[in-house]
Every structure is written in C-alpha cells, then in structure tokens.
Design a protein around this ligand. Structure first.
Ligand code: APR
Length: 231
C-alpha cells in the first residue's frame, strides 16, 4: 500500500444528514421544497430578496442549533492525529466541521457569514438577515448571505485544485456528485495519481470514478475509515 502523506477530503450535505440538516437532492430534500432559481441564484436575490433571506434565515437558525455527528468528530480527529496533511474541503454551509474542532475550507460559503454585494466586505451574520441591511464597512444597504449561488464562482478554487493535484488520497463523503466543480475533483485526483474513495449511503453520479466505495451512513462509515487511516 502506497505511503499516504497528503489527504484531501470533500464533504457534502450527506455528512450533516444525521445531524438533522436536510440534504438537497434526497427524497423531500431542500430542492424538493424550494426551486433553486427562486432562492439560490443572484437573480433570485434581485427579484425577491425577502424570500431568499427567509430561506437562509431558516437554515442559519437550524444550523446554529445543530450538533456535529460522529462523522464530523472523526474527521476532526483525523486532522489532528494524522502524521501528514489533511485538507478538508466542504460544500456545506453549516458550521458542523468547525463545531467538531476541524478546519474546513468552505467552497460554497457559510451561513454564519454575511457579504457586502458592493465592497466584498465579510462579517459574522446575525441570526436573521433582512433586506436593506447595511454593510458595516461601506454603509451601503447591500448585505447578502455569504453563500455561493448557482452561477457564481466557488471560493478557494486555486488552493483546492493545487491540493488535489498533489494529494495521495482523495475522499468524497456524502455528496451526490451532481454539482461542478466539486463533482469533477475525483477525476482531477485520479489524473494526479491519487487513490480515491467514496463514502456514501448509495451510488452517486460519480461513483464510477472512485477506486473504492464504502457504503453506509457517514456516522458509521467515517469513524471506521478514520480508524483505519490512523492505524
Ligand atoms: N451518510 C452518507 N451519505 C449520505 C447520508 C448519510 N447519512 N444521507 C445522504 N447521503 C448522501 C446522498 O446519498 C447523496 O449522495 O449525501 C448526498 C447528498 O447529495 P445532495 O443533496 O446533492 O448534496 P450535495 O452533494 O452536498 O450538493 C452539492 O449542490 O445545491 C448545491 O450548493 C449546494 O453544496 C450543495 C451542492
């Protein structure tokens, strides 16, 4: 077995499912309750900012009350205990990796942060945001959730791609592999010669691209996988 020095882990909504936070595309998920074009695009925010704030306010309050599960805890343990580098990239906007003590790179933003649409200033969001809230830096009434909406560029891409191109092991946990660029990370990792593993309840759209698949609920499979890595 090759020596593993650098691990890149990508997480999706599935890792937070057992903490009570809904996923997007499972039965009854968020995209079954709301249309993406109504609540998760820049055009939606221009058309009906109240609706968009209500959508994110509800998720922000729910996320603030939620607790990390054994999968989040295991990844934090891996980050501190592994004798190499562990980069944790998440598509999730809840703060559960941080609550578990991990450091995560949020490529789709964070519910707990607000962004000024004019001057790009970021600050800690209040529990509920409303239309016309002003930016503490430029005073313009242009505060919005610091969430990467469809059609916008995910954050930290250069850093993420550089890490994937130099990692020895790439793992995707609880993601359906339907949204790019995250869905393409596994191909990038394989081209770089990394080993690849997918941990999911079921097949995802990218399962074919992974060498190894560990099927089951993340709260069970991730701790076992981390124990294996920590030997
Ligand atoms: N354990 C492991 N995997 C699970 C669990 C669980 N308990 N529950 C659900 N899953 C898996 C599902 O099988 C599915 O593959 O989690 C995945 C959830 O998929 P999505 O709902 O599509 O969530 P995600 O992949 O994170 O979506 C990516 O799409 O809407 C955008 O910006 C949003 O970040 C999100 C992105």
């Amino acid at each position: 077995m090759r020596q593993i020095k650098r691990i890149v882990i990508l997480t999706g909504a599935g890792i937070s499912a057992e903490s009570g936070l809904g996923t997007f595309r499972d039965e009854g998920g968020l995209w079954a309750q709301h249309k993406i074009e109504d609540v998760a695009t820049p055009e939606a925010f221009i058309r009906d900012p109240n609706l968009v704030h209500r959508f994110y306010n509800a998720r922000r309050i729910q996320a603030a009350e939620s607790k990390p599960n054994a999968a989040h805890d295991a990844l934090a343990r891996l980050q501190t205990g592994f004798p190499g580098e562990v980069m944790l990239v998440t598509q999730n906007v809840d703060g559960l990796h941080e609550k578990a003590g991990a450091i995560a790179i949020h490529m789709h933003g964070e519910l707990s942060r607000a962004l000024c649409a004019v001057c790009d200033h970021r600050w800690d969001a209040p529990p509920e945001m409303s239309v016309g809230e002003s930016c503490p830096a430029c005073q313009q009434p242009t505060a919005r959730p610091d969430i990467v909406w469809f059609g916008e560029i995910p954050y930290h891409m250069e850093q993420i791609i550089e890490a994937i191109q130099t990692c020895d092991l790439f793992a995707a946990i609880g993601t359906s592999g339907q949204v790019y660029p995250a869905a393409g990370f596994v191909e990038e990792a394989r081209m770089a010669g990394a080993a690849t593993v997918e941990l999911n309840l079921r097949d995802s759209d990218m399962s074919y691209a992974f060498e190894e698949q560990i099927v089951g609920p993340a709260s069970k499979t991730v701790p076992a996988w981390v124990n294996r890595l920590l030997g």
